[in-house]
Design a protein around this ligand. Structure first.
Ligand SMILES: [Zn+2]
Length: 304
């Protein structure tokens, strides 16, 4: 009765920005990899959330927490409060064959990747410090979850806190056998953590871009390819088949402009230019008038 998601998972601003920018500029190899990694990571987290829906005992969930202790920030993919424990999950959507060599995680072709066990160890040590300062007494139990069924790990370190795809069901079953009752104390802990959540500024991490050099036009919200076809009051993506109402597409493009250029004044002309004239200026004005408040300057009108 008492279970709830205190903090939901949303696409990070960095991923949103990269999604907007990818079809509009040329990324370097490194930027492409970063984008791919974030996209895959988010896909995995969504799969993890779906798996978590089968947790039946009382619990409180906080996803994508960014916390800070002593000037060091650390991120937690998923934190689940149950009666006697804080469950912390580091979610990985790796696909293919991997192995451990010494204390290093490598792909079967030999390339080394960031070790999630080390990453988790670091976050947990910081989380413990934070809990100590807050006077939280619950025991932290942490695991790396490999959620992709196409993942295999050879020579995995013994007793490592790892949940493999083949163990997901059994792990959930054993959790569901635990006794768990949420009290106001648990609720207060969750609220405190939510309060401590930091907002991340991605602007320094994304590739450099400027308005004039970005490709303009309507891009599909799903596959990010240019949208060209309209059918009645909808755009239809000829690449992935997604339908989108024209008003929704205009709104999405406005959100893109606001995210990429928070300093720009939102005007009808700007949105018209960003969409590369694909839509009549009347339609854009209508959407702006409906969803924003007009501010009249001397000669121009912009929206906030
Ligand atoms: Zn598409």
């Amino acid at each position: 009765m008492w279970s709830m998601i205190i903090k939901t998972r949303v696409k990070s601003n960095e991923l949103k920005m990269l999604d907007c920018l990818a079809p509009r500029m040329e990324f370097t190899e490194k930027e492409k990899q970063r984008h791919y990694g974030l996209r895959k990571g988010f896909e995995g987290e969504i799969k993890f959330d779906i798996w978590m829906e089968s947790l039946e005992i009382e619990h409180l969930t906080l996803n994508d927490l960014l916390l800070e202790v002593g000037g060091t920030t650390f991120q937690i993919d998923s934190l689940v409060i149950v009666q006697d424990n804080i469950l912390v999950f580091e979610v990985k959507y790796y696909e293919g064959d991997y192995y451990y060599e010494g204390e290093r995680l490598k792909k079967i072709n030999g390339s080394e990747i960031k070790d999630p066990l080390l990453q988790l160890k670091r976050s947990i040590s910081l989380l413990r410090q934070l809990f100590e300062s807050l006077g939280f007494k619950l025991v932290i139990v942490s695991s790396v979850v490999f959620i992709n069924p196409e993942f295999t790990l050879y020579q995995s370190p013994k007793d490592a806190p790892i949940i493999f795809p083949s163990q997901l069901n059994r792990y959930m079953n054993s959790l569901n056998k635990k006794h768990s009752k949420m009290t106001t104390l648990h609720r207060k802990m969750a609220e405190k953590l939510l309060q401590l959540h930091q907002t991340d500024s991605p602007y320094k991490r994304v590739p450099k871009y400027d308005y004039d050099h970005l490709v303009k036009g309507f891009m599909c919200g799903e596959c990010h390819q240019p949208l060209d076809r309209t059918e009645k009051k909808e755009f239809v993506c000829s690449h992935c088949g997604t339908h989108e109402k024209i008003d929704a597409a205009v709104m999405r493009n406005i959100e893109e402009i606001k995210l990429l250029f928070p300093e720009k004044k939102l005007t009808t002309a700007l949105v018209y230019d960003w969409c590369n004239g694909v839509l009549p200026i009347k339609a854009i004005r209508r959407v702006l008038n409906k969803n924003f408040s007009p501010v009249e300057d001397r000669h121009t009108r912009h929206y906030t």
